[in-house]
Write a new protein. Structure first.
Length: 395
């Protein structure tokens, strides 16, 4: 029979108690993720403890909740015809799938867009006042479809002769794009005319003098699909341009005085079809030939004799059709060959085709026919063809 003394039992109980307390303390100090945690909260002593960092599982759950909220917001926006309400911070809520719904592009300034002007075409292929097709179409899914590419905006065509070198209009707004043109020159003739008069030219008029050839103030108006352009002309052009037009001699109206201080004045409408269709009525630049009516747009100030005797402007109606961003088809119905009025009883018809397959090649064709352009000589019909190819490099 074994005997156990009382002191030994007491020591054993103490050791067991200490072991159990140590084991329970280690159990409560561990987590399911085997990560260490702090001791049980102690009574507050007035000090604010730092927030407990999130575990990896908690962060994953928060990310999943945020993704679900975004998907719900995306579905709600599609159900409301893609008209998301502003976020709390004032910015527009963006759907999660932003690549499937594009908002309409802002109006471009004429020289967008209208920016890149096109030589010999009143270019601006001023696509609609001077903006690219601004209306977006709605697809079957209800999402807005992206705008079609603006005609001739895929490259910089300021290298073309007869084209403005302007690439930006800092003061352009969504309603108006201003423009100021000033042409002040000094000409010297080796013929030394006694009265300083230079004849035989439509651009150079005085010898040995500083003269204001043309000063124009105006710009492009554009509101929604309505478009218009006005450009005044002061200086020598306001005298010589009407002087070279004989059509006002037919009838009682002094049309040359009525239009004396206007170089461009037309209004029209832009249709959101194809890559844009413009219908304009009034006085617009014809750009038959390689040179511009505004001399400082040309590489050579004095144009060729043929260009000086082709129309700078037309008074009538034109339609600009852009089947693609590389092609323009522009028919004309005009009073006559650079004339404010009709010479006889038949108006003139014309057609321009402009094709630019890339940024270094421009193919232009101008055709004019059927106009009776001899004052007082009915039946004399003019037929004219002016075609050109411009390129700054060959591949």
């Amino acid at each position: 029979m074994m005997r156990i003394s009382t002191p030994k039992i007491t020591v054993a109980l103490i050791l067991v108690t200490l072991f159990c307390r140590s084991t329970m303390r280690s159990v409560f100090a561990s987590t399911d993720d085997n990560a260490k945690s702090e001791d049980p909260a102690k009574p507050s002593s007035g000090k604010v403890d730092a927030p407990v960092p999130l575990t990896e599982r908690e962060r994953w759950l928060l990310d999943r909740v945020e993704q679900l909220e975004k998907r719900v917001a995306d579905l709600e926006s599609k159900g409301n015809n893609f008209n998301p309400s502003p976020a709390a911070d004032g910015s527009a809520a963006q759907p999660a799938s932003a690549n499937t719904a594009l908002s309409p592009a802002p109006a471009a300034s004429p020289k967008i867009t209208d920016g890149v002007t096109a030589a010999n075409s009143d270019s601006n292929e001023r696509v609609g006042g001077v903006r690219p097709p601004q209306a977006t179409e709605k697809g079957k899914s209800g999402a807005m479809q992206p705008d079609k590419a603006a005609p001739f905006a895929f490259a910089d065509f300021t290298w073309l002769n007869g084209n403005s070198r302007t690439k930006d209009t800092p003061y352009a707004t969504s309603f108006f794009s201003p423009e100021i043109r000033a042409d002040v020159d000094y000409n010297y003739s080796f013929n030394h005319p006694k009265d300083d008069t230079i004849g035989g030219s439509s651009e150079v008029f005085r010898h040995g003098e500083v003269q204001v050839t043309q000063l124009g103030v105006g710009g492009d108006f554009h509101y929604d699909n309505v478009r218009a352009r006005l450009m005044t002309q002061f200086g020598l052009y306001s005298q010589t341009t009407p002087r070279n037009d004989a059509s006002p001699a037919r009838g009682q109206w002094q049309i040359d005085n009525a239009y004396r201080y206007i170089s461009e004045a037309y209004g029209g409408y832009h249709f959101n079809a194809l890559h844009g269709i413009n219908v304009d009525a009034g006085i617009f630049m014809s750009y038959i030939g390689l040179f511009s009516y505004y001399q400082f747009d040309n590489w050579a100030y004095q144009p060729s004799y043929v260009s000086s005797n082709t129309p700078w402007f037309f008074n009538g109606v034109r339609v600009q059709i852009f089947p693609t961003e590389h092609l323009k088809i522009e028919p004309w119905f005009v009073n006559g060959w650079q004339s404010y009025g009709r010479f006889n009883n038949r108006p003139g018809l014309g057609l321009q085709i402009l094709w630019r397959p890339n940024g270094w090649l421009s193919v232009l064709g101008n055709q004019y026919a059927l106009g009776e352009e001899a004052l007082g000589v009915p039946g004399r019909v003019r037929y004219h063809s002016d075609d050109s190819i411009e390129s700054w490099r060959f591949r």
